[in-house]
Design a protein around this ligand. Structure first.
Ligand SMILES: NC(=O)c1ccc[n+]([C@@H]2O[C@H](COP(=O)([O-])OP(=O)(O)OC[C@H]3O[C@@H](n4cnc5c(N)ncnc54)[C@H](OP(=O)(O)O)[C@@H]3O)[C@@H](O)[C@H]2O)c1
Length: 483
């Protein structure tokens, strides 16, 4: 796979690898007549063959993550010893005129990304441009050209992972995606390798930092959703269009990736039940606190009993978590994933789920892993790094879920209301665990909060439909699930 040619970047890197001798040679290449250059090239080629092989990276994107990656390569001291064997040889961006936060030779920067994925010199294509297109086409083109892929792009993997992994398998190249779920937390490698001896039964995660930041502020400060979202946008924790985060799309993308690795089957994004956090109010946070819970946007994936071929339950929604649960104390933009497996029991990973440094940390680890694999077994795919899934998980419909529920209801403040509610819940076999009544409402309305015992989603929704028919009911502002 490796070339005999020495380019300027490769020679520069070897300066600190081979000390003064190479410094002298480098100077010779660039400053003396052609005849000597050829001689020097021969010397360098000899060194390259005997000592080290350089692996060339084509970096697609020099935004937040791409810049973080470039900075790590520019400062390799004290990091993995393979780093100096890897070179960012080409960088693709949209705008050549943009000021960059990292010094990159303009000669290697291009806005022709297709040329990078077709460049025979490039071994590994790192895709950190984001979005679906042109990312997907570039990744597929790179694979077709025999390049290994490292990507941080959860959106493209969650939607087109099927096509991408099938192509990679046929071509015998790696597709690495540690940064695509939970940024800097090394959970994907753990699922692929360190936890390989376990039968995973459950994976639960706070996988979106923006919503966790908003819900944490609401919990600690009693703030309202809209005000907290606006503040998160000002601070750069939330996008101008916050839909992907607050409506749970980003979390669903990440859960599709994590669940497929945890449970060994591909997961279709459209099979994931998804609800966002827009309906959560400071009143709900207050009641949750009073009842011993906090509220988090959780991704939940569980192995089921394989009835009717259904083998997985997977959902993303705001969830009441008992305050003593390990995920209840993950605050701010931090992400966390709790994995339950046999025989390990419970293991919890937490850390920064986004940001230039954290995400670049995961991207660079993937690059190092690919290079290490290429060095040690150049003609084989390392089974621990490749993708072996071919079948799709059969996901349970949300009606099958069995869980506790929290509901906040506004009723007319009349005698017999609680009795009416009890009858409606009882009719559908929903038992109550806790009930709180506050006659606080200005319009003569009473606020009633119930927490059920474990019940099927189907039965609970039937009970809610019956309650909506009651004359005494005003509205049901919030229904949430409890972990
Ligand atoms: N930011 C994070 O903390 C984070 C965390 C985890 C995962 N990720 C994922 O990492 C990926 C990159 O995110 P980011 O935050 O680094 O994005 P970003 O700051 O918006 O950077 C995107 C880069 O891609 C380039 N680009 C975008 N569209 C392009 C096109 N059509 N042609 C050529 N170049 C194009 C941009 O070029 P210009 O600079 O010229 O505009 C820019 O350099 C995304 O998939 C994201 O989901 C990000």
């Amino acid at each position: 796979m490796h070339r005999n040619q020495i380019n300027e970047g490769g020679a520069k890197r070897r300066l600190h690898l081979f000390g003064f001798y190479v410094v002298a040679t480098y100077a010779v290449i660039h400053r003396v007549p052609k005849k000597t250059t050829i001689k020097a090239n021969k010397i360098l080629t000899k060194i390259k063959k005997s000592k080290t092989v350089t692996y060339k990276v084509g970096l697609l994107g020099l935004g937040t993550v791409g810049t973080g990656v470039a900075k790590i390569f520019q400062d390799p001291a004290g990091r993995h010893p393979l780093l100096p064997d890897i070179e960012i040889a080409r960088v693709g961006v949209r705008s050549l005129a943009k000021q960059r936060d990292v010094a990159i030779a303009s000669t290697i920067v291009t806005d022709n990304l297709a040329a990078i994925v077709s460049d025979p010199e490039i071994d590994i294509v790192v895709e950190v441009i984001g979005g679906i297109e042109p990312a997907k086409s570039l990744i597929l083109k790179a694979i077709a050209n025999g390049k290994h892929i490292v990507t941080a792009n959860k959106a493209v993997i969650a939607r087109h992972g099927n096509e991408i992994f099938t192509a990679a398998k046929q071509k015998g190249v790696y597709v690495m995606l540690e940064a695509a779920a939970c940024g800097g937390i090394p959970v994907i490698q753990a699922l692929k390798q360190s936890l390989g001896g376990n039968r995973i039964s459950e994976l639960t995660g706070i996988v979106n930092g923006t919503t966790n930041y908003i819900l944490s502020r609401m919990y600690f400060e009693g703030a309202d959703f809209d005000a907290t979202l606006a503040e998160a946008q000002q601070l750069g924790y939330a996008e101008a269009d916050p839909t992907a985060d607050v409506d749970g799309y980003d979390a669903a993308d990440k859960m599709a990736i994590l669940a497929s690795l945890a449970f060994g089957d591909r997961v279709k994004l459209e099979d994931i039940y998804r609800e966002g956090i827009r309906s959560i109010t400071s009143a709900d946070i207050g009641y949750a606190k009073e009842l011993g819970f906090t509220i988090k946007l959780l991704g939940i994936a569980r192995r089921t009993d394989s009835k009717n071929d259904i083998n997985l339950e997977i959902r993303v929604h705001p969830t009441l978590i008992p305050i003593q649960h390990p995920l209840a104390n993950i605050h701010g933009v931090t992400n966390a994933v709790r994995i339950e497996g046999d025989p390990i029991g419970e293991v919890v990973f937490s850390g920064p789920g986004a940001g230039a440094g954290a995400t670049a940390s995961a991207v660079v680890a993937d690059i190092i892993n690919v290079v290490a694999a290429l060095k040690s077994m150049p003609n084989q795919v390392n089974q621990l790094m490749g993708c072996s899934h071919e079948h799709y998980a059969k996901i349970a419909p949300i009606e099958n879920t069995v869980t506790q529920f929290y509901a906040r209801l506004l009723t007319h403040d009349k005698p017999g209301v609680i009795g009416d509610l009890g009858t409606a819940f009882g009719k559908h076999c929903v038992s109550l665990n806790a009930i709180l009544q506050k006659n606080t409402s200005h319009d003569g309305l009473a606020e009633i909060v119930v927490v059920t015992q474990r019940v099927s989603e189907y039965n609970f929704q039937q009970a809610i439909a019956t309650i909506r028919e009651l004359n005494t009911l005003h509205s049901i502002p919030t229904v949430l699930r409890v972990l």
